[in-house]
Design a protein around this ligand. Structure first.
Ligand code: ADP
Ligand code: MG
Length: 706
């Protein structure tokens, strides 16, 4: 049954965290480093040298032989370059293990092979990684041995951000400054810092590794490009929160243990809606740490699955027609002295500071709905959003009954006088405990839902970094706070001014609030009437990054320059075209080498059977069933072949379109429909052809047999 571990002793044992620093660093050095971490004070090279030395000694005790600067370039995955600690051999032929302050704080990976979206010419390929001391270093153990991983930000020679982390850190500064201004207006004299806190719930699929290896589409693209639905899908809802299978349970146990060692607070695990789908959520943390830990968690899920003979699929839509995977980004604002600014308290109508913050967020989301939508755009998510089990591509805010009622009071009378209360939960069973229900039920269909004391942004794709959406959330909220503070700080009568401002924001931005069923087709029409942007695909969403409005917003708060935004848009277009190109080529490959040959074989088996039955039956035995099947199969084979040549032709023309937006639009408008057209006859064939002859595992094989 495996061994038991002592969680309290194990937790964070491979992390260079505060208690390790306190125990190992000289008092003065520890204090200086804390000042850098907590107050952003510059770190001197002397201090860095001492920290580096102790970090190295500690890491070696943990079995590390190498260190790496760990960063998140715009490829969508983390990157690292490993260096051994060894120094040049001494005259006696021995080596020492060394690691300097300079090596800790600055790295210089050859940046030319990371996407820059035109920010760097290859002849100016210098890029730097810089230590993010607010996210702790850790030792990772894998087949490569022990590696000290140092979380870093990645910038070009001229200081432009080439990664996910730099803008995230910049946006944290923006929201910190503006949120502090705002709470000071309400008399807060104790808080020194406001941090966005985030808990990202991670969904994933687990399938058997042997089956995975038989599907080239999964190997090359992460999702199935062909596949008919099994007779039983998820309609019974018997998987959701269902009993966890033993093989999966053993996997989860190991995932948790690996997470805990690295200080990742893996907390809640359960089966998800789709068969073979699961979820893992950590306890929330400051957003830059949460973003790093989410990357670590995804790597752990992949690695541990492999050890258990399974494969973890993080794609947003591995199986068409089956629930997709996302990441729920739970976001709130917390002060250093533990106040959650999104906590409405028991009587929200009396909590003026909360109402101002809430209406500022409504304003922010309404004014920048396009940016928030864009932040969740990736190729895989195009398959998921707007389906019937994932948020629609239209941004709206769910507030729930209680807050919506308060808001309506504000709008209609200018003052809110009461808050709806939760009632007692009546089960009708005396032996069950009684408790109070929340004042508000949940809504699972909203892309941006208020859930008690936090907002939950549910559109993020399961593979995506959570940095992007938090950069947007932090910056748009900072802007709304700034505008409010600019007005309130100069107001003659603060109380009156706050009151007016809350009413104004609530009224002007009421259209973004929607408490109904976001999956219903009527909502799309209603949203259009309200004038809310509907950006169904990634290609439609990318232009939001470079509008005048976006450029003004991000430059005002020093989060992105105009050229950084343009480069990001460029990279996104490129990533889109590349991904679609790979998918299309994989489809062609599978159809040519696996499906068409299998179907031809099947037709000859049918033909042979018709002939031999005819002969044996001396013309008296009925063969019409076989005949019909043969005709139907041959017809679908022909459609497959013609759809395939159309797709091949379309793919052949990709390079006629200039890299960037033109090519992405071409892929979306011509390649994607041609891929769908090829899939259709193939999926029909899968339902007809003898299962033993079908060249790859079916949906049923993969999702019901883990
Ligand atoms: P559910 O969404 O099912 O209610 P939980 O309440 O357990 O789930 O929370 C989901 C995620 O939200 C967890 O990662 C949790 O740590 C995080 N979370 C809880 N409270 C906050 C908060 N105030 N700010 C940010 N994240 C939070
Ligand atoms: Mg949730």
């Amino acid at each position: 049954m495996g061994e038991y571990i002592n969680v309290v002793d194990t937790f964070g044992c491979d992390v260079f965290n505060d208690s390790v620093m306190q125990a190992r660093l000289p008092g003065k050095v520890y204090k200086e480093l804390k000042k850098t971490i907590e107050e952003g004070k510059e770190l001197s090279m002397e201090i860095a040298d001492v920290v580096a030395h102790e970090m190295k000694e500690w890491a070696i005790e943990k079995g590390a032989t190498h260190y790496c600067h760990w960063f998140q370039p715009l490829t969508g995955v983390t990157a690292e370059k490993h260096d051994a600690f060894i120094s040049a051999p001494m005259s006696n032929g021995k080596v020492l293990m060394s690691f300097s302050g300079k090596e800790l704080i600055k790295g210089e990976p050859d940046a030319s092979s990371f996407p820059s979206g035109g920010l760097r010419a290859t002849f100016e390929a210098r890029g730097y990684t810089a230590w993010d001391c607010t996210s702790p270093a850790f030792v990772r153990h894998d087949a490569a041995g022990g590696t000290l991983c140092i979380p870093t930000a990645f910038c070009s020679y001229t200081g432009e951000a080439l990664d996910q982390k730099t803008p995230l850190l910049r946006s944290m500064e923006a929201i910190n400054t503006q949120a502090l201004r705002l709470i000071m207006l309400f008399g807060n004299k104790t808080s020194k810092k406001v941090l966005p806190s985030v808990g990202a719930e991670q969904e994933y699929f687990l399938i058997d590794k042997q089956k995975y290896l038989q599907r080239k589409d999964l190997i090359y693209t992460g999702r199935t490009l062909f596949g008919a639905m099994p007779p039983k899908g998820q309609e019974m809802d018997d998987h959701y929160f269902g009993n966890i299978r033993q093989r999966v349970a053993a996997f989860m146990k190991e995932v948790n243990e690996e997470c805990w060692k690295l200080g990742v607070t893996a907390k809640t695990q359960h089966n998800e809606v789709a068969p073979a789908q699961h979820e893992l959520a950590p306890i929330f943390a400051p957003v830059n740490i949460a973003a790093d830990q989410n990357q670590m968690m995804m790597q752990i899920l992949k690695r541990v699955a492999d050890r258990h003979g399974m494969h973890c699929l993080l794609h947003e839509k591995p199986f068409a027609g089956v629930n997709g995977s996302g990441k729920h980004n739970n976001w709130s604002l917390t002060t250093d002295d533990g106040i959650n600014l999104l906590d409405p308290g028991k009587t929200p109508h009396e909590n003026i500071q909360f109402l101002l913050i809430l209406t500022c967020i409504l304003k922010a989301v309404d004014e920048h709905a396009d940016l928030l939508r864009e932040a969740a755009a990736d190729v895989g998510n195009d398959q998921r959003l707007g389906g019937h089990e994932a948020p629609p591509a239209v941004i709206s805010v769910f507030l729930g009954e209680q807050l919506e009622d308060v808001l309506e009071q504000l709008i209609s009378t200018g003052t809110a006088t009461h808050s709806k209360k939760g009632s007692r939960l009546e089960t009708g069973v005396k032996t069950l405990p009684e408790f109070m229900k929340d004042a508000t039920d949940r809504n699972r269909t909203s892309p941006f839902a208020f859930t008690g004391n936090k907002f939950e942004f549910r559109m993020v794709g399961s593979r995506d970094s959570i940095s992007g959406c938090n950069v947007v959330l932090n910056t748009i909220t900072a802007q709304a706070f700034k505008e409010a503070c600019d007005r309130l700080e100069n107001a003659a009568d603060f109380n009156q001014a706050v009151h007016d401002l809350i009413k104004e924001y609530a009224t002007d931005h009421q259209r973004i609030v929607f408490n109904g069923n976001g999956y219903a087709p009527e909502w799309a029409e209603e949203a259009q009437r309200r004038g809310l942007p509907n950006l169904p695909t990634m290609v439609d969403a990318i232009p939001s990054l470079t509008t005048d409005k976006a450029v003004r917003l991000f430059s005002e708060f020093d989060v992105f320059t105009k050229s950084e935004l343009e480069s990001r848009a460029e990279i996104k277009y490129e990533n889109y075209s590349k991904a679609i190109n790979i998918e299309a080529k994989t489809m062609i490959d599978i159809a040519t080498k696996q499906i068409i040959p299998a179907v031809i074989k099947y037709t000859s088996v049918l033909a042979d059977s018709i002939n031999s039955v005819k002969t044996a039956g001396e013309g008296l035995v009925e063969v019409s069933v076989q005949m019909d099947l043969l005709k139907k199969t041959s017809k679908l084979l022909k459609s497959t072949n013609s759809a395939m040549s159309k797709l091949s032709k379309a793919v052949g023309r990709i390079y006629e379109y200039e890299e960037g937006r033109d090519r992405a639009v071409y892929c979306k408008e011509k390649i994607v429909p041609a891929m769908e057209a090829l899939r259709e006859p193939v999926d029909e064939l899968e339902m007809i052809v003898d299962k033993d002859m079908w060249p790859m595992p079916s949906y049923g094989d993969m999702i019901f047999e883990v």
